[in-house]
Design a protein around this ligand. Structure first.
Ligand SMILES: Nc1ncnc2c1ncn2[C@@H]1O[C@H](COP(=O)(O)OP(=O)(O)O)[C@@H](O)[C@H]1O
Ligand SMILES: [Mg+2]
Length: 154
């Protein structure tokens, strides 16, 4: 099954819409609640990044019996130094974005902690593609998924 969502640039009221919609689908599919949480937190962080840092984009979620694959594809400035962006606390969020409570620099770190696989491809000046894969079978390694300070309510 494949689900696609559009992400509007700069619209923080809508950030989280794709993750809430996909959460409902995962519940209907009876996915383990801990795994749903990991998927939704990761998708939410990816969505917020498109809203905060890029000029809009889309999310493609694919589900089969064993795994969920998510692609977040945006149009935007890209990420010039991915290794740096992956560091805890690193953020280029604007003052305005920080005022709204985002920009702690923990989004990509959280995603990495929650997913089985993750990959970022970025072309400076063109955009970023973030891929992630989460296995649907419970895994001891992920017994206690970390909470994201930004993901209340998802
Ligand atoms: N989709 C994106 N497009 C451009 N830059 C991004 C994108 N996602 C992340 N980044 C860059 O990586 C940094 C770290 O991202 P993240 O860990 O989510 O922290 P935060 O969003 O709080 O800044 C961002 O500040 C930004 O510079
Ligand atoms: Mg972020």
């Amino acid at each position: 099954m494949r689900f696609e969502y559009n992400i509007e640039a700069g619209n923080f009221t809508k950030a989280g819409d794709a993750s809430s919609s996909f959460k409902k689908i995962l519940k209907q599919l009876n996915v383990d609640p801990q795994i749903i949480k990991r998927i939704v937190v990761s998708l939410y962080e990816g969505e917020v990044n498109i809203v905060a840092h890029a000029n809009g984009g889309k999310v493609i979620c694919e589900v089969d019996t064993k795994r969920v694959n998510i692609q977040l594809i945006d149009v935007g400035p890209g990420i010039p130094d991915i290794e740096k962006a992956m560091q805890a606390g690193y953020s280029t969020a604007s003052a305005k974005v920080r005022e709204m409570g985002f920009g702690a620099g923990m989004g990509l770190v959280n995603i990495q902690r929650c997913v089985n696989k993750m990959d970022i491809e970025s072309a400076p000046g063109k955009g970023t593609k973030l891929f992630m894969e989460i296995h649907l079978r419970p895994d001891e390694k992920f017994k206690a998924p970390p909470e994201s300070p930004e993901s209340h309510g998802v």
